[in-house]
Design a protein around this ligand. Structure first.
Ligand code: NAD
Length: 253
């Protein structure tokens, strides 16, 4: 039986899209959930929603690109639940103020640094803060949100693709370092319908994007969450250092 009864999870970027779906599913399976997000309202409203469903949750405002904020976030989760069994490093992204679509020649140093900081350094900071607790508990599971672009670079996204490839590599290093008590795995979603990916998109762009997806549609946040929940749970007790695709069969960009 898949259950998180007695367990506590910390989900970064948990206020929207994929992270939100993961938080809701873990709570639905009996887990206590700390929803951490840059956006305080999003974090707190999801926590309130989970509590209204009869679950246990706290919402925390946190910027996972800053070491001091990460320490405070982990302290808040620990204070609320006394333990952290699951860490989902989901915060990140390929658009918004920290990202510019562009070829390498057009990328600024600032864009490069921001993209690496939010997608890759954040994983290091969060794991550094949570791993000692998991090792002391002699158990834990970490799920890192990489991307299909970390395996097959997406044209026009060189910094994001390289940062997500870094997440995959870091996942493997951490799986070795934190074994045998802590498992570390990565997810590689393809095209997923979230608030971010549906912004400003023209129908012909979607058709072009989907021409590379054998299952001919975008995935849903819940379909990614299904895998995240599996990796986080004891059902995946012998799975560590793995990278799982959730990409509708897409194998090229
Ligand atoms: P989203 O924009 O819907 O949600 C991301 C959340 O992270 C937002 O609530 C945002 O406020 C929060 N966030 C951003 N920067 C943060 C920071 N510094 N500290 C804390 N929180 C922060 O995004 P999504 O589409 O659900 O993506 C979630 C993850 O999945 C990202 O790592 C993204 O790169 C990855 N991913 C998404 C897709 C896709 O198609 N949507 C595909 C592959 C990988």
């Amino acid at each position: 039986e898949l259950t998180f009864r007695g367990k506590a999870a910390l989900v970064t970027g948990g206020g929207s899209g994929i992270g939100r779906a993961i938080g809701l599913q873990i709570a639905g399976l009996g887990g206590r959930v700390c929803v951490a997000d840059l956006d305080r309202d999003r974090a707190e409203s999801l926590a309130a929603e989970i509590c209204a469903m009869g679950g246990q949750s706290v919402g925390v405002q946190a910027d996972v690109t800053r070491a001091d904020a990460v320490e405070r976030m982990v302290g808040a989760a620990r204070e609320a639940f006394g333990r952290i069994d699951v860490l989902v490093n989901n915060a990140g992204g390929a658009s918004g103020p920290t990202f510019r679509i562009g070829q390498v020649r057009k990328l600024t140093e600032r864009d490069w640094d921001d993209t690496f900081t939010v997608n890759l350094k954040s994983v290091f900071l969060c794991v550094r803060a949570v791993a000692p607790l998991m090792l002391a508990q002699r158990g834990g599971s970490i799920v890192n949100m990489a991307s299909l672009t970390g395996q097959f670079p997406f044209p026009g996204l060189p910094a994001y693709s390289a940062a997500k490839a870094g997440v995959i590599s870091l996942t493997r290093s951490l799986a070795m370092e934190l074994a045998p008590h802590v498992r570390v795995n990565a997810l590689a979603p393809g095209l997923i319908e979230t608030p971010r990916t549906s912004l400003n998109r023209r129908p012909e762009q979607l058709e072009q994007l989907l021409s590379n997806v054998p299952l001919a549609r975008m995935g849903t946040p819940d379909e990614v969450a299904n895998l995240a929940v599996y990796l986080a749970s004891d059902a995946a007790a012998f799975v560590s250092g793995s990278v799982m695709d959730c990409a509708g069969g897409q194998m090229w960009m």
